[in-house]
Design a protein. Sequence first.
Length: 339
Amino acid sequence: MNNKGVSMRNLVIAGVIVVLALIVISQSLFVVQETEQVVVTRFGDVQSVHTSPGLNIKAPFVDTVTSYDRRLLRIDAPPSQFLDKDINILEIDVYGRFRINDPRAFLQTLTTEENARSILAQRINSSLRAEVAERNREEIIGGNVELNESGEPVTDEEGNSRVLPTNSRTELLEDVISAVQVNLAQEDPSFGVEMIDIRIKRADFPQEVAGRIFERMRSDREKISRRLRAEGEEEARTRRARADRDVEVILAAADRDADRLRGDGEAQAISILAESLNKDPDFFSFRRSLDAYTEFLNSRTTLILSTDAPIFKYLQSPGEGSSQTTDGNGGFTDPLGLQ
């Protein structure tokens, strides 16, 4: 029994020793990941800084391991209202990126990443406020309205003003980053951070003034539409008057040419007719008689004429018609009695 009791006691002691050893080992070893940097402190004093990945040793129970991210960290500053050079209120939402480059100084000053984000957001807004106050709205947005030769805004087919992109917004952010970096460099003791980038997510009018801005924009659009409509109507009247004048000129020229051609045709017809009459007056008289027969024989009109009427002489004696178509002096006699 005594041997069994001693064995059990030894097993318990060995088990306790193993457990204590495991606890001591777990408290003595720590792992640094590739994306981490670690600061080892003892009662608040920094003992060592580890930036390389791997397994490391520390004093158990008395040393504390604090790890920070080695990657770029993001700052989302809350949207704030800023006054530009023209005393216009703009609501600007910015974000930035920073890196912890000195874990020892960072732990001693800012301590946590959340505290760093809060303080850096304040520094960014402060520098941004100073830079925005020196610029107008177009420079902050990064675009200027395109103007024509008369100084009026150039619009597209839908009536929207054309905006030409500029580098003013990039220059603004570069000045803000420089100001923040200079501000951080003047900190004593140092914050242990490096400002990498600052960007504007949104720059807009506050909600309380957006309604008035939209009303003014609508009024400007209506003014532009009225101007364009008036210019269009004036141009339409000008073109319509020009077209009417051109029509009158063209019609007058056409009438003139038609009268001239008609006169030339009639003169040529009379000339041909006279030439034909001179060549064979008897045949012409005979054709005129035939045309007359065609007209009155097909007509429903009843005519009572003497058989001695000149119109019937070709029906009575066609052979004698040729001698009766000329007078004693050799002149032409109309068989219809029209002359």
